[in-house]
Ligand binder design. Structure first.
Ligand SMILES: *Cc1c(COP(=O)(O)O)cnc(C)c1O
Length: 402
């Protein structure tokens, strides 16, 4: 197999990891099989013992999924990757694998809603201690680090308010306390095209591939990337035994298809989000815009420093803003949209709008919302791939109705 290590991002997304063993198909076939046949009992025994390569059972590995995992590792620049049936499957499997009773986790206060609930009421049930800290504040992180801290977990940019964490500063602080701490970055919003957390000092990257990586709104999936030994343990413990959150071969095929256009899709998402953010910033009915691409954004500098894996600073396709008039005005704006659709999820061709306080972050009470920096009137937009003048025209007509 050719090594695409030095190839460009789109080239790696298209070519890395491909295997065309039988019949030479251009697209990787879907190996829709639960189990694999051994020629002899001895061969089965050798595979179970790890003395011989080859597949056993799809929960342990599948040819279609393996190609996808190799491709993701090539994109994140990691030694290995494990695919999961959802982003939550990836996050929970990683933490079930690296934590034990008595472990301490430091997690950012601004997180995807289900990650927050998993940490605050899931892990804590099993004797794992969790501290929620604003990881933008490195001194607060240093004060929270303990002898039993095993994990520092964060998203950047964070869901839903586009907070940006200085990844290198955070990873350095954690590792100088204890080099064995696993610093885990949820890289869903940025994608490996814009941001490479492993190069910035993180140990594990997790993804909801449901979003940009697949990009077509038709699959739920997740990934974890990191060193070979950690990923092997993750596959053999977190995936195989603890969650069983296995990605199906057909879904793996759809993500392989989606990845072929990841670079050009992201370019358009970034371009549209930038223009939309500029439009919103100038709008008299908008209180505040959160988008790290705006020079006036408090995270612009750190975002420009670390969201440039594609060779130039690029800030992603997500924009959040606060409408004047709070919760009600936000809801009214959404309800009057004609083209953009009200939906959670992100990274699809369609522009999606949602209201975190009533939807994705409804599990946060008023105090937690305030602490996490999620205003009640916050609207989150996933800028789609439509022509920007049509996206802006839709916002324009809807703003006249509030
Ligand atoms: C969507 C999302 C998740 C969860 O992923 P699923 O694929 O829905 O399980 C985790 N983190 C972030 C940042 C997300 O946007």
């Amino acid at each position: 197999m050719k090594d695409y290590k030095n190839a460009g991002f789109a080239t790696r997304a298209i070519h890395a990891g491909n295997i065309r063993k039988q019949h030479g198909p251009l697209a990787m076939p879907i190996y829709q099989s639960s189990t694999f046949v051994f020629e002899t009992t001895q061969q089965g025994g050798n595979r179970f013992a790890g003395e011989e390569g080859g597949y056993i059972y799809t929960r342990l590995g599948n040819p279609t999924t393996s190609v996808l995992e190799a491709k993701l590792a090539a994109l994140e620049g990691s030694q290995a990757c494990v695919a999961f049936s959802s982003g939550m499957g990836a996050i929970t499997s990683v933490l079930w694998t690296v934590c034990k009773k008595g472990s301490h986790i430091i997690a950012d206060i601004t997180l995807y809603g289900c990650t927050f609930v998993y940490l605050s009421s899931g892990m804590t049930k099993y004797g794992v201690e969790v501290s929620f800290v604003d990881t933008c504040d490195i001194n607060a992180v240093k004060n929270a680090l303990k002898e039993n801290t095993e994990v520092v977990l964060f998203e950047s940019p964070a869901n839903p308010n586009l907070k940006v964490i200085d990844i290198k500063a955070l990873a350095d602080a954690a590792h100088s306390h204890n080099p064995n701490i696993k610093v885990i970055c949820d890289n869903t919003f940025a994608t490996p095209m814009l941001q490479k957390p492993l190069d910035l000092g993180c140990d594990i990257v997790v993804h909801s591939a449901t979003k940009y990586l697949n990009g077509h709104g038709d699959v739920i999936a997740g990934f974890a990337c990191g060193n070979e030994d950690v990923m092997t343990e993750l596959r053999m413990v977190g995936l195989k035994d603890m969650t069983g959150a296995v990605l199906g071969p057909f879904d793996a095929f759809l993500i392989l298809r989606g990845l072929k256009t990841l670079e050009i899709r992201m370019q358009r998402h970034c371009e549209n989000a930038m223009k939309l953010a500029e439009y919103l910033k100038a709008h008299p009915k908008v209180e505040r815009v959160h988008f790290p691409g705006l020079k006036s954004d408090r995270f612009h500098e750190v975002a420009a420093k670390q969201m440039n894996a594609c060779g130039y600073p690029a800030f992603g396709g997500m924009v959040a803003f606060e409408v004047k008039g709070g919760r009600q005005a936000g809801a009214k704006l959404l309800d009057n949209m004609q083209m953009c659709v009200i939906a959670v999820s992100l990274g699809d061709a369609e522009t999606l709008v949602q209201h975190p306080a009533t939807m994705t972050h409804s599990v946060y009470d008023a105090a937690s919302l305030a602490e996490a920096g999620i205003a009640e009137g916050l609207v989150r937009v996933s800028a789609g791939l439509e022509n920007i003048q049509d996206i802006i025209a839709d916002f324009d007509q809807s703003f006249t109705k509030i």
